[in-house]
Design a binder for this molecule. Structure first.
Ligand code: PLP
Length: 361
């Protein structure tokens, strides 16, 4: 249990007037959560847990995160229900995954209960920032970075853990618009033994190049293949990916190179409840394209906290292009979106224990 000291901002920022124009991650709330870690500090090494007015950090130019990217993060959301309750979706899964990410990057872990406590405490302080508009949410970004002022390459002895909050608009301003995906066959996003399963900034830095190549070709997302054979589908940008082929649902296994998404595992659970066979195994891009040409590729969608599900209407792999369905969102993708968002916004009864209440809004 953290002992969190709260210092409230004296003047509050003006809240956005039009919540339909929020975009993603552009504005931040009045407060932030911070605590520091020092190796020699007693107990867990973490100390000075506090909520204080949102402010910039002062960093030593030599601090290790700036040179060697020792950093991890999480992403989750707070939702406002129709009866004005503020709630979270499976935050304990993010807390658990944060420990795995920290372990891989040799960053000191944070107790799972403390992680959830810090998130809830900050959201409650800034609860007026949780949007009231349908589809808009308060995005929550916890992160830890190395602050030791030294250029040697080894685990830092000092860290900062921080949580910031950003009111964000409905991911799809114009409804669930299906996207076109470019399959990257040169640059890889992960390989066995590397950091694909961890949510760390370095993975993203390495992914920007292929995103730019895809964008130049008119594609909005990149599908990454496995790093060894460049043959099997893994993930699309910051989302896991699902393929419905001939009635069965396929997604890449979480065996070290794929980020174990909270949305991914929730979707797998729902699909199994609905009687679908879900296959978590290697799936060759060649087989996906072949299924597409044979008319058996029924639906393709990405999954992640930001978008929930993101329908795909086109896949381009080398010189080959397949269109999926009639270019509109498929019925399973739509049902998943409706069910997930229904539970998140309290419109559908939470029979799975996925909701964590924060406070009255
Ligand atoms: C965060 C993330 C996801 C999605 O995870 P969720 O928990 O569903 O938000 C998928 N892939 C990558 C690379 C990610 O960073």
């Amino acid at each position: 249990m953290l002992n969190i000291k709260v210092t409230l901002a004296e003047t509050l920022k003006e809240k956005p007037k039009d919540e339909t124009k929020l975009g993603f991650g552009k504005i931040f709330t009045d407060h932030m959560f911070v605590m520091e870690y020092d190796k020699d500090y007693g107990g867990t090494g973490w100390h000075d847990a506090r909520i204080e007015p949102y402010h910039p950090f002062t960093l030593d130019p030599s601090c290790s995160v700036l040179h060697y990217a020792q950093e991890v993060f999480e992403g989750l959301k707070a939702y406002r229900t129709a009866d004005n309750k503020i709630q979270l979706f499976r935050p304990e899964c993010n807390a658990r995954r944060y420990q795995d990410s920290c372990d891989r990057l040799c960053i000191p872990q944070i107790n799972e209960e403390d992680f959830v406590q810090a998130v809830k405490a900050l959201v409650e302080v800034d609860k007026d920032w949780v949007p009231h508009t349908e589809g808009a949410t308060l995005y929550i970004r916890p992160f830890t970075f190395a602050t030791m002022p030294q250029l040697g390459v080894h685990a830092s002895t000092k860290y900062t853990f921080c949580i910031i909050l950003s009111p964000s608009g409905a991911y799809y301003a114009t409804g669930l618009a299906p996207v076109r995906i470019y399959v990257e066959d040169e640059y890889i996003r992960a390989a066995p033994g590397l950091t694909g399963f961890a949510k760390c900034g370095g993975n993203y830095a390495a992914s920007i190049k292929s995103a730019e190549i895809a964008e130049a070709l008119g594609y909005s997302q990149v599908l990454g293949l496995d790093g060894v054979e460049h043959k099997y589908v893994e993930e699309v940008g910051s989302m896991n990916i699902f393929f419905k082929i001939d009635g069965k649902i396929y997604t890449a296994p979480c065996t070290g190179t794929v980020l174990p998404g909270v949305t991914r595992r929730s979707i797998i659970e729902l699909c199994k409840d609905w009687g679908y066979e879900v296959i978590e195994d290697k799936l060759a891009i060649a087989d996906v394209m072949k299924a597409g040409h044979e008319g058996k590729l029924e639906e393709v969608f990405g999954s992640g906290t930001a978008a929930v599900v993101s329908p795909v209407k086109e896949l381009k792999f080398e010189k080959d292009v397949v269109m999926i369905g009639d270019g509109k969102i498929g019925p399973l993708t739509q049902k998943l979106y409706d069910t997930m968002t229904g539970i998140q916004w309290g419109k559908i009864e939470d029979t799975k224990g996925w909701i964590t209440p924060v406070c009255q809004g």
